[in-house]
Design a protein around this ligand. Structure first.
Ligand code: SF4
Ligand code: SF4
Length: 367
């Protein structure tokens, strides 16, 4: 039989390895939000086995199943057979884009990036009353969500860097484009090249980003190798803050939501907690935390394509927040804070914000 799905074929062994044990079900946020077994990792692997056997087409019928996955990696974390579900899902989506069966929400997404250099097709970013360019020790990268949707979180992060007297530069950044791979497209080398040039032009020794997905892209993708080759240290803002003496303290009861891209995908669990616990000793863990943290439902394009289900997933996470008794829920991802804030009910009296927002509130209260 001709090889009609070359990208998926690369994962044939892994797809076959799924034993249907169902251990992934309890951890899948999509199943948790929808209660539909066809949408958990096992259901997806069963369908893809049929595709590889030539008994099923990757057509419109499969859009809802294949595109409804946050790529949170919770299933992979708990899979006894080592099935790397998010990578398989990304390959299946790429095949579907090639076959013309992309989810309608993402049709032309790669052209949007070619034309606008950001995922929202926005013309101009917020300027945050700060110059771009110049030379500095640190270069700070906001990412598309930080630059175009969660401006308050970005403002707080920049104010915090100012408060800490960090010598940093902002650049005319373009989308890192790593996120394109989550929805069936390829990273854009020309956008990577533009970012590399503007980042290196600052002469910085350290690249700090508040976006966990940008971090993964800068650290893990070959297109961004010149950054490492130039000797640049690449880190998440939470790692940078863990090295700072903040001199702050509060009695508030605080909990932390591990973003999937920062936790399971980048292995960063301790530094965010180190900063929070130093400032807020009354820290409590949510029921599912660290490697087993429940996804907020925003990733993998799910918020854009399945908004109601995405909110249902966020609400499940917020129920864990309610049970914890904490007054403030902190996270280190602009996408997570966006989805969790949108999902919070008026009756839920706790606050949701990024750690830099929380720290800036404490600084402003104490001054
Ligand atoms: S845990 Fe792994 S092997 Fe078991 S059903 Fe899920 S994907 Fe398949
Ligand atoms: S990556 Fe997350 S959302 Fe996707 S199937 Fe696995 S557990 Fe479910």
């Amino acid at each position: 039989m001709p090889d009609t799905h070359p990208l998926l074929e690369e994962f044939r062994d892994q797809i076959q390895r799924c034993s249907r044990c169902g251990f992934c079900q309890a951890h899948c946020p999509v199943f948790g939000g929808t209660q539909r077994p066809a949408l958990n990792a096992r259901g997806k692997m069963l369908l893809l086995k049929e595709v590889l056997a030539g008994r099923l087409e990757l057509d419109q019928e499969l859009i809802e199943t294949i595109f409804q996955c946050t790529t949170c990696a919770s299933c992979a974390q708990n899979c006894p057979s080592g099935v790397e579900v998010p990578e398989i899902i990304k390959a299946a989506r790429r095949e579907m884009v090639g076959l013309g069966t992309c989810h309608p929400a993402f049709v032309g997404m790669d052209q949007v990036l070619d034309q606008h250099h950001n995922i929202y097709a926005e013309e101009e970013p917020e300027d945050f009353d700060r110059e771009r360019g110049g030379q500095a020790e640190v270069v700070y990268f906001m990412g598309c969500v930080g630059q175009y949707r969660e401006e308050e979180a970005t403002e707080a992060a920049l104010d915090l860097l100012d408060h800490l007297e960090v010598d940093y530069a902002l650049i005319d950044e373009v989308c890192c484009s790593g996120v394109l791979e989550d929805v069936g497209f390829a990273l854009k080398p020309h956008l990577a090249q533009k970012n590399i040039e503007t980042i290196l032009a600052t002469g910085a020794k350290t690249l700090v980003t508040s976006c966990p997905y940008c971090l993964r892209t800068f650290q893990g993708r070959d297109e961004y190798l010149p950054l490492k080759q130039a000797g640049l240290e690449i880190m998440h803002l939470s790692q940078f803050l863990a090295r700072q003496d903040l001199g702050l303290s509060t009695d508030l009861v605080v909990a932390y939501h591990d973003p999937c891209d920062l936790g399971r995908h980048a292995g960063i669990y301790d530094e965010p907690r180190q900063t929070i616990k130093t400032v807020a000793p009354n820290f409590v863990e949510l029921a599912d935390n660290r490697e087993n943290a429940l996804c907020c439902g925003a990733g993998g394009g799910v918020r854009g394509a399945f908004a109601q289900n995405s909110l249902a997933m966020a609400r499940r996470r917020l129920e864990q927040m309610e049970t914890s008794g904490a007054q403030v829920l902190l996270t280190e991802c602009n996408s997570c804070v966006h989805n969790l804030s949108n999902a919070k009910l008026r009756a839920q009296k706790f606050e949701v914000m990024t750690t830099p927002q929380f720290l800036m509130e404490l600084i402003e209260e104490s001054s």
